[in-house]
Ligand binder design. Sequence first.
Ligand SMILES: [Zn+2]
Ligand SMILES: [Zn+2]
Length: 159
Amino acid sequence: MEKLPLAEQMAQFEQRCRALALRMTPQRLEIFRLLAGEAGHPTAEQLHQRLLAQMPTLSLDTVYRTLATLVTHGLVRRVVTAESQARFEVALSEHHHLICRRCHKIVDCCWPQLDSAALPLPADWGRLDCCTLTGYGLCRACQQAETPAVAPPEALKPP
Ligand SMILES: [Zn+2]
Ligand SMILES: [Zn+2]
């Protein structure tokens, strides 16, 4: 899935903070910037490790609290996985996730057909705000690691 350029994501972040009257503290800004520039879906601990280089006094607790604030305001999303550790991403686009059950890599994926489908909601359900799908399986690298390479049949071997 294509991500918006970092500058554009930061501009949207600034705009939304202003609209929400949320102060752009250095911690909020740096955590969002790191998530926006990141292809993966890091944990709070991973974010903390990466931020220590620029903010040596930053505590893990501050990272947790900052993430919680950003999640509450809909700027960052907590990705629901089967793992106990929460994973985070910027909440600028709706998309689905594929999770490798071996290496726990999370990949974004788009499914416009699903997004525009009428979901068979129970009659007594109220309003649906969002619907995301999580697919579990093996990523290509893990699949190759699990399956021993098969030798090509004799006929296909170069002479
Ligand atoms: Zn994998
Ligand atoms: Zn994602």
